[in-house]
Each structure stands twice: as structure tokens, then as C-alpha cells.
Design a protein around this ligand. Structure first.
Ligand code: CTP
Length: 316
């Protein structure tokens, strides 16, 4: 909301909270940022009560677009001329322009599934599409962050051109890329669906079925990337992860938040029809290490990425 011109009379009513006309009623109930552009004659502008009222309005959180010096309506010349309309528009536009909010911040994001090779034609994978992590990377990039995206094997995505992309296939490659990039980052959000196990042995020729009725595959544990970064994390680095659960969702997410040393964790439950792999929507709950819990309604993955980014902004 922009109040211009804010005359001496309007300023004093705003500062005193006196609500006796439509403008002031609108001002007092406004829950958006309020800008005011003072405009009055020289003597009024210089009066101490005007400076006091301006100070009071600034203290209330309103934003002053200062008067300038020049020709005044009375014919006098001096301080009190309303800032030019172009300047008022530019000031408001600059305030709402978020494209530089994360300028100078380097943020690691991982996304997508991993494929664990069994032989040259088979692998163990999962249904992750990478959409959530890619939406986060794009949103961070739009806010001016320098984004490093480590992406598992997925179909193509529309990526913001400033994102530095590292393609990986296996959990081990994702581990190597993330642990190489993380030390130079201000924050990391790990959204990838990393395989927890991989075949103990890779067979370099196609495994033939022969006459066997069954086959056993021995799997070994992969490294936990998020937990590793949690151990590497310096006090000025922010680390966030995801938790995908089907039972006791909050309990499991809290456990992961603590054991992996995270600042916050984004929980999605496979029991929510709007959440899950491949969907364009998600429904999340975010748990912070200070115990705060934020529940969000079902939204597009882009909107969810904006909620996550807003929280990250508080930490950064
Ligand atoms: N994660 C990871 N490396 C792994 C496994 C998981 O970095 N080897 C990360 C995921 O990217 C996610 C978080 O850990 O940010 C939680 O993943 P999730 O699959 O929900 O849980 P797990 O830790 O794998 O535990 P479980 O499978 O027992 O639920």
C-alpha cells in the first residue's frame, strides 16, 4: 500500500492511529507493507512534529519514500516536494524484487533417483522423478543463489540457465559429487531418493537365467549422503533433508532430523494422495531443530519449493 501524498495532517493521524476517514481506516487495517511519501509546504515539513510523526511511522514498520527539495504547491521552493511518481514506483518495485535476496549464497541441491547396476542391462532404482528437487533448485536460482544441482537419472527438466548441473547415476557417484561440493556451500537441501542398498557385486556380462527357478541378489549398504554432510557441517552451514514415510511419519522424521544433524527436515507421507513420486503436487510438514513444526496444505511442487525456500531464507 502506498500513501502519497502523505500531508502533515495525514502523517499526524497515521502516527496517532486516529481513524476518521477511509484512507486511515484502510491504513490501520493493512497487513501488507505500507509506503508513505510525505508532501507538504516547507514550514510544515520543517516543524518538529512532522519529523516526530515520520519517526513514529518508521518505528511502526512503515517505509518512508522521502520528500525532496523543489517547487512546492504554494509557489515556495524548498524541502517538502513529494518524491517523483517514477521514484515511488521504482522504490516499491525494488522492495518486492526478490531476485537478489540470495545473491552471494552457494546452495547444493540433490534430486532424482539413483540407479544401482546389477549387470549391463539391469539396475535397482526407484520411482522418483526429481520434480521436487528441481523446483527447489529453480526457486533458489530465481532468488539469486548460485545453485549446484546434483541430479540422478531422470527425464529432462526445465532448469534455470544459471544452475550448475552435475549428472550422476549411482548413490556412490551422488555421494562423491555432494561431498566434493558441500564444503564450499552456505546451505544444502537434499531431496534425492538415494538407494539405501546396492548389489554387492556388479556382473559385467548380462546374467543369463539358465534353468534356475529363483535367483538371490546380495545387497550391501550405500553411504548415507545426508548423514555424512551432517557430520561435515560447519556452524555457519545450513543443512536440510527430506523424509518419505508411510508409518509413524512425525516420529521417523524427528529421528532423521536429529541423527543426521539437520537444521530442518521436509516430511512427506506416502499416505497423502497429493504427495509422492512423479506427482506435480506435494503436501509437506517441515520440522525444525528448535522443535517448531509447520504444516502446509497440498500445493504444487513449485509452491512447496517456495515455502521451503522462505524457511531457508530465515536461516541464511
Ligand atoms: N539420504 C541420503 N543418502 C542415503 C539415503 C537417504 O542422503 N543413502 C537422504 C535423502 O536424500 C533424504 C533423507 O536422507 O533427504 C531421508 O531419506 P529417506 O529415504 O526418507 O530415509 P532413510 O534415511 O533412507 O531411512 P529409511 O529408508 O529407513 O526411512
Amino acid at each position: 500500500m502506498v500513501i502519497a501524498p502523505a500531508t502533515a495532517n495525514t502523517l499526524s493521524k497515521m502516527a496517532m492511529g486516529r481513524c476518521d476517514n477511509l484512507l486511515l481506516a484502510t491504513y490501520l487495517s493493512a497487513d501488507c507493507p505500507v509506503f508513505f511519501a510525505p508532501a507538504m509546504d516547507l514550514d510544515m515539513y520543517q516543524h518538529p512534529s512532522t519529523s516526530q510523526n515520520i519517526d513514529t511511522l518508521i518505528r511502526f514498520g512503515n517505509i518512508e519514500i522521502s520528500a525532496t527539495s523543489g517547487e512546492l504547491a504554494s509557489g515556495l521552493s524548498g524541502m517538502g516536494r513529494m518524491s517523483e511518481p517514477e521514484t515511488i514506483c521504482e522504490t516499491v518495485a525494488r522492495y518486492f524484487d526478490q531476485s537478489t535476496l540470495l545473491e552471494g549464497k552457494k546452495i547444493l541441491v540433490n534430486a532424482g533417483p539413483t540407479y544401482e547396476k546389477i549387470d549391463p542391462v539391469r539396475f535397482i532404482g526407484n520411482y522418483s522423478s526429481g520434480k521436487m528437487g528441481v523446483a527447489i533448485a529453480n526457486t533458489l536460482s530465481r532468488l539469486g543463489a548460485s545453485v549446484e544441482l546434483v541430479l540422478g537419472p531422470t527425464s529432462s527438466h526445465n532448469l534455470s540457465p544459471n544452475i550448475t548441473l552435475t549428472h550422476v547415476e549411482s548413490a556412490e557417484q551422488m555421494y562423491d559429487a555432494c561431498s566434493r561440493i558441500f564444503p564450499s556451500c552456505d546451505a544444502a537441501i537434499l531431496a534425492a531418493a538415494v538407494a539405501d542398498f546396492k548389489p554387492a557385486q556388479y556382473t559385467d556380462q548380462k546374467i543369463k537365467k539358465g534353468t534356475a527357478d529363483e535367483m538371490q541378489l546380495i545387497l550391501t549398504r550405500t553411504k548415507d549422503i545426508l548423514a555424512t554432510l551432517g557430520k561435515l557441517k560447519k556452524p555457519n552451514q545450513i543443512l536440510a533433508g527430506f523424509a518419505l514415510e508411510t508409518t509413524d511419519e512425525l516420529k521417523h522424521a524427528k529421528q532423521k532430523l536429529n541423527t543426521k544433524n539437520l537444521d530442518f527436515i521436509v516430511l512427506n507421507s506416502m499416505n497423502d494422495p497429493e504427495a509422492g513420486f512423479g506427482k506435480d503436487t506435494n503436501k509437506v510438514t517441515i520440522l525444525e531443530k528448535n522443535g517448531e513444526i509447520h504444516q502446509y496444505s497440498a500445493k504444487s511442487k513449485l509452491e512447496v519449493s517456495q515455502d521451503i525456500t522462505q524457511l531457508l531464507l530465515r536461516y541464511l
